[in-house]
Write a new protein. Structure first.
Length: 455
């Protein structure tokens, strides 16, 4: 069953239940009102009978005539009896005694009673004065009341069923109106396939649940697009990067086997094969690292990290790896507020990114000291890594963050073109920015900035 039909049924069920409860209360109130009204009519009949029989000597002739005329206007099935102190009929003959003694005595004890039995309604009243101790009882049927109730039930049943139809129709219309954005969302999603994952769903209402759903779909599409692009890039680059050294090793081996060689020539071939094997191993390691980073990239948990603590860990690591104070750390305009040094990050990924940048700085400057400056301000943590290496030519600056890209000027240095690609991905994941300022032959300055807890 479609959601709009379920919503319509739920809406109808709830509305019908409420309407049924309200109508039941109205019916019972109407029933009680008619019952009270009929009891009051019987009391009026008792009052008239009292004035006509017991208080007749106290009435003027004209009043008595009016009372007698009213008494003639009987209720259908009316029976009125007056009983004296001995429970004997008075004024009105009652050979078979219409009411038993227990009812008469109950009226005498309680003053008055009201009850219904087998479709008849009865009222009793105790009257005592100088004329004697009397009990007056009146009983009658109320066919008009039954007819009124039946008509009222028919009207209410008709209104109830018409209301159900109307409520269901209105509920369905509202459900269609409320769900129409979802229908539009579904229509847009049906047009998206593996060939156009760059398409995004239109977010018409930013603040409602459907807008939230659309944004989440767009986020999912972004992740899928990233995964597909990663897969394509990985397969294309991996096949290229793996094929090159393997082809070189096969070619050299085939040449060496074509004819007898001297020991020196064989050693040269083996050294060349070893070098290519080392490149191949480095490439495979880089590909594995790239895959691991991409897996972590999608599920990394971000927690508060103090950047200065991580910086000192880096300084200690490179001091042990190269020489003391190889990484020259400088704290420039760092706020005394601890929150200014805290960013939301994944420590392992941030360490990879910073180590890649510092490692490149050492590598392309032939292990000359590298400057590492940390600064805070304006809700940001800013990092500047500066080396005195070979620099980057202008034509390469736009491509240094591409996977597996290596500049011609870096051909003499080991590497596989993965480090900066991974670093850029990590910085973007942490909502940071990365910038490059470089002059060929004079060195490179890499700047990073991340929003801190103040920002």
């Amino acid at each position: 069953m479609k959601i709009k039909n379920r919503l319509s049924l739920y809406f109808t069920l709830v509305s019908s239940t409420i309407l049924l409860i309200v109508m039941t209360v109205i019916y019972l109130s109407f029933y009680k009102f008619l019952q009270i009204d009929f009891f009051n009519r019987l009391k009026d009949r008792i009052s008239i009978a009292t004035r006509l029989y017991i208080e007749a000597d106290e009435q003027s002739r004209a009043d008595l005539t009016r009372v007698r005329e009213k008494y003639q206007e009987k209720i259908p099935g009316e029976v009125i009896r007056i009983y004296d102190g001995g429970n004997d009929a008075a004024f009105i003959p009652d050979d078979k005694q219409y009411w038993p003694d227990n009812i008469i005595n109950e009226v005498r004890e309680n003053g008055d009673i009201e009850y219904s039995e087998r479709g008849r309604y009865a009222v009793g009243m105790h009257y005592k004065d100088e004329h004697g101790d009397f009990v007056i009882l009146a009983s009658a049927q109320d066919p008009g009341r039954i007819g009124q109730l039946n008509r009222f039930k028919f009207i209410m049943a008709s209104v109830f069923f018409l209301s159900i139809i109307l409520v269901f129709s209105i509920g369905r219309w509202f459900a269609e109106k409320a769900l129409s954005p979802i229908n539009g969302l579904v229509a847009q999603l049906q047009k998206i396939s593996a060939t156009n994952l760059d398409t995004r769903v239109n977010v018409t209402q930013e603040n409602d649940e459907i807008g939230l759903l659309a944004r989440n779909f767009n986020h999912l599409l972004e992740q899928l697009q990233h995964s597909f692009e990663l897969q394509k890039t990985f397969v294309a680059n991996a096949s290229h990067e793996l094929r090159t050294p393997i082809t070189s090793m096969i070619g050299e081996a085939e040449i060496a086997l074509k004819q007898e060689r001297s020991a020196g020539e064989y050693r040269a071939v083996i050294r060349s094969t070893l070098a290519e094997s080392e490149k191949l191993n480095e490439t495979i390691t880089g590909l594995i690292d790239l895959a691991e980073v991409d897996v972590t990239f999608g599920r990394a948990q971000l927690v508060p990290i103090r950047v200065d603590d991580l910086v000192w860990e880096l300084e200690e690591y490179w001091s042990k790896k190269l020489f003391r104070h190889a990484l020259r750390v400088k704290m420039d305009r760092v706020s005394s507020d601890e929150a200014s040094l805290i960013i939301q990050a994944n420590k392992a990924l941030l360490s990879i990114a910073l180590n890649n940048l510092v490692g490149n700085a050492f590598k392309f400057s032939n292990n000359k000291p590298v400057s590492f400056t940390l600064e805070t301000g304006n809700g940001l943590v800013k990092i500047k890594i500066q080396d005195k290496g070979i620099g980057i030519i202008h034509e390469d600056r736009e491509r240094i963050f591409d996977a597996f890209y290596r500049s011609e000027t870096a051909a003499d240095y080991p590497g596989n073109g993965i480090g900066l690609y991974v670093t850029n991905k990590i910085v973007r994941m942490l909502k940071g920015e990365i910038g490059v300022l470089s002059i060929a032959g004079s060195g490179t300055v890499i700047t990073l900035q991340f929003p801190n807890s103040e920002g």
